[in-house]
Design a protein around this ligand. Structure first.
Ligand code: NIG
Ligand code: FE
Length: 447
């Protein structure tokens, strides 16, 4: 029999995220609204009086009184590198003193440092670190997150990372979408076991690309975890030709392409994303109008990562220009040791203040369009039939998210209708919050 999982009622506002970017009502706002959830999916969204007449909160396993509050879709954070070991807070200080990201990388720091720490970490440590980050994410309203490998740069560690990502997905209420990113950096000879590569430092990038194509991709496909294949197509990383070779090899084996494009310099990654039909082109700080037009034509989602520009002290991607050009812009955290924020609320604030999006556009970019970048069009919206992943704010409107920069306004999170964060639901509580989940529960139901 169908279960009335939850009724969220009396909300000052439900932002359904179903409107058009650049239109009058991107957030698809409903005022004095309720959401009824049956078997974990949205069964009705509309005026509280109407919805509760059909779906009484008294009959729900969880009833959430959202009076005076806003309800938004759970965030879909479509770009992170959240599986890693080690600490690079000293590099944050070095960057403040003027050292560039490229200098750190070229000197064996940056990604290379995280590669050393990640290779040395145990499986349990990698999993535990990732679960800790997922706890922070869900507390900030994220209900689906993409996590990339790419701190292994050898087959064994890439597979270990993907295995940790897969286990975290099983163990945590947040859904984790796995991406293989063996082409995240060219490994340094100094970090490699003796004899793996010939003389010379750094390792020959073409040789490494062959290794990614011949060894890593087949092993990753056999493992069966990864869904996407990403490459760092940039200055100091991989050329367009090398990136194309990796993405085509991945696509031939069923891995959907994604591209880190035009982050540190303009190198042609955006056009490559369009050429190979990537799900997304990410960063785009140096993207041109022509690049954006190519992405729009090829239906590639541009994923903007304002936290990265913030941390690098770099110019931001032109989010406003992309929205005006008709691009389905997504915004994500890029959480990684170089951009240490798991907060989609903070990314929203930067998207508004630094990239010119409205709060409603930022909301859509962080929810529905994030889901688009992950080929999950059913997520990131509050609409009949969609999985009921919701965040209830301790504020009356979605505008309070960017308005309250630096402050977490997420009070309650429901994953498929079940509370996983927050103390304020009432009702029969047929299960524990986060039922079936081993991590992430935020409190006991108030019964
Ligand atoms: O998306 N740019 C490349 N990769 C990451 C940074 C990874 C790191 O510095 O550890 C990014 O910003
Ligand atoms: Fe990244």
């Amino acid at each position: 029999m169908a279960e009335l999982t939850a009724v969220v009622h009396g909300a000052a506002e439900v932002a359904t995220a179903t409107g058009e970017l650049g239109g009058d009502d991107p957030a698809g706002l409903r005022s004095d609204a309720a959401v009824a959830i049956v078997d974990g999916a949205v069964a009705a969204v509309g005026p509280t009086e109407e919805v509760t007449r059909e779906y009484s909160p008294e009959n729900a396993a969880y009833a959430v009184d959202a009076s005076g509050r806003a309800v938004i879709p759970g965030y879909v954070d479509s770009h992170t590198h959240a599986c890693f070991a080690g600490d690079r807070s000293d590099e944050f200080e070095a960057k403040l003193r003027g050292t560039t990201y490229g200098e750190l990388l070229a000197g064996g720091g940056g990604i290379h440092r995280t590669v050393r720490a990640t290779r040395a970490a145990s499986d349990d440590e990698l999993l535990g670190n990732l679960l800790d980050h997922l706890d922070v994410m869900v507390a900030h309203g994220t209900t689906t997150v993409e996590v990339k490998s790419g701190y292994g740069l050898d087959t064994e560690t890439e597979l270990r990372m993907l295995d940790a990502i897969d286990r975290a997905d099983d163990r945590h209420p947040v859904d984790v979408v796995p991406t293989f990113m063996g082409a995240h950096a060219v490994p340094r000879e100094a970090d490699e076991p003796e004899g793996r590569y010939g003389e010379g430092d750094p390792v020959n990038a073409d040789d490494y690309v062959e290794r990614v194509v011949d060894e890593q991709i087949p092993a990753v496909v056999d493992q069966g975890v990864a869904e996407f294949c990403d490459v760092f197509c940039d200055e100091g990383a991989f050329t367009v030709e090398q990136s194309r070779r990796v993405l085509r090899a991945g696509a031939e084996r069923g891995l959907t392409p994604k591209v880190h494009a035009e982050e540190l310099a303009h190198r042609g990654g955006a056009k490559l994303a369009a050429e190979v039909g990537a799900a997304s082109a990410d960063h785009l700080l140096h993207a041109t109008d022509e690049d954006v037009a190519a992405l729009v034509d090829a239906d590639v989602t541009p994923v903007l990562l304002p936290g990265t520009a913030f941390g690098l002290g770099a110019d931001y991607a032109d989010g406003r220009g992309m929205v005006d050009a008709g691009a389905p812009v997504a915004v994500a955290t890029d959480f990684n040791p170089n951009c240490h924020s798991q907060s989609m609320g903070f990314a929203s604030a930067l998207a508004c203040v630094e990239m010119g999006l409205t709060p409603a556009e930022a909301l859509v970019a962080c929810t529905r369009n994030g889901a688009r970048a992950l080929d999950r069009p059913d997520l990131g919206v509050v609409r009949e039939g969609a999985p009921a992943d919701l965040a209830v704010l301790d504020a009356p409107s979605h505008v309070h998210v960017p308005y309250s920069y630096g402050v977490n306004r997420v009070a309650t999170v429901l994953k498929e209708g079940r509370p996983v964060v927050g103390p304020e639901w009432t009702g029969e509580a047929s299960g524990d919050p986060g039922d079936g989940a081993e991590r992430g529960g935020g409190g006991e139901p108030d019964v």
